[in-house]
Design a binder for this molecule. Structure first.
Ligand SMILES: C[S@@+](CC[C@H](N)C(=O)[O-])C[C@H]1O[C@@H](n2cnc3c(N)ncnc32)[C@H](O)[C@@H]1O
Length: 310
């Protein structure tokens, strides 16, 4: 009997212990479950998409808006006013002779005896200055006045003379260049730091018997284009072949465009060379976008015919 009682007691004790363990285990499980659930809910709420009440971010500004910011335009200020009355083509050369050369031709008595020994009878060397695009555009535009921005020794200018002669056109070509080129010429004479680029260009024009149709305008593209605009010079065809960096190309194209006759054509070189991805091409693209103009290409040349809007 006593033995039975002890066995019963032991049994009860073990049952109580089991019940405590079970209770503890259940509580711990519940606790862990609550912790896991809270964690999962936190995670889900964190990774869920933004509430529809949040405003969407504004779209990035277009290139047009950027280019028109006052801070951008301040860097490119034009102060000179263009003439309200464009010169008729037959007055363009007399005006340049008057304004730039004190009324007399720079070819008179050229070359002077003191320079003659230093000039080559004919020295024209440059590449890419006689592409088919010249003839196509001259045929299409039949220009009375061409302005070339960037002339060097006159290779492209004299090629245009040949084309206009072949087509029987009476075309006047103004060649705007500071005739400084760049440092390091080996075969063009320099006298007291003055490289004879202008003089060799003029010698080439004389050799081609083209003094009646080609005139140099020996200034920087910036000041030269502003003056042409002020004097009322307009071009039917404008060729740009000057600075290749973005800033130069941007300034030259924008300034040149102001002297383009409405409906005329502006074109230039080196649209597709690797180096000009950040220079000429970017300037031409931005210019065309801002003015709603269409760019055509021909080899490495870019062409904008203002008769065709985009
Ligand atoms: C690549 S060359 C022109 C080539 C020429 N059209 C030919 O047929 O050989 C570039 C010319 O642009 C001129 N040039 C560059 N920047 C100029 C600037 N800011 N003002 C005036 N002339 C500039 C240089 O003096 C140089 O003669």
């Amino acid at each position: 009997m006593r033995e039975d009682h002890r066995t019963q007691h032991l049994h009860n004790h073990q049952r109580n212990k089991l019940s405590i363990i079970t209770t503890l285990f259940t509580r711990a499980t519940a606790y862990v479950a609550v912790v896991l659930l809270s964690y999962a809910m936190g995670y889900l709420s964190h990774s869920s998409p933004p509430q529809p009440t949040q405003a969407p971010p504004p779209p990035p500004p277009s290139v047009f808006q950027l280019a028109n910011l006052p801070t951008q335009l301040d860097n490119f200020r034009i102060t000179a006013h263009c003439s309200n009355s464009p010169l008729p083509p037959h007055l363009v050369f007399p005006t340049i002779l008057d304004r730039v050369f004190n009324g007399s031709s720079p070819y008179t008595n050229f070359p002077p005896p003191h320079l003659s020994p230093f000039l080559k009878k004919r020295r024209i060397k440059s590449s890419g200055s006689n592409g088919a695009v010249f003839e196509q555009l001259i045929k299409r535009v039949k220009p009375k006045v061409i302005v070339e921005v960037g002339t060097f020794l006159g290779s492209s200018a004299l090629h245009m003379v040949n084309v206009t002669r072949k087509l029987g056109l009476q075309t006047q070509i103004l060649c705007l260049d500071d005739f400084r080129g760049w440092p390091g010429f080996k075969d063009i004479k320099m006298i007291n730091g003055d490289v004879l680029l202008l003089q060799q260009f003029m010698q080439n024009v004389v050799y081609f018997n083209a003094t009646d149709s080609v005139l140099p305008v020996p200034f920087s593209t910036g000041s030269g284009l502003e003056k042409l605009c002020e004097w009322g010079v307009t071009a039917d065809l404008l060729e740009i072949y000057s600075g290749h960096d973005f800033i130069s190309a941007w300034g030259d194209i924008n300034r040149a465009y102001r002297i383009l006759r409405p409906g005329g054509v502006i074109f230039g070189h080196d649209y597709f060379t690797a180096a000009d991805n950040r220079g000429i091409r970017r300037a031409v693209n931005l210019f065309a976008e801002m003015n709603n103009l269409k760019i055509q290409t021909d080899g490495h040349y870019w062409v904008i015919d203002t008769a065709f809007a985009k």
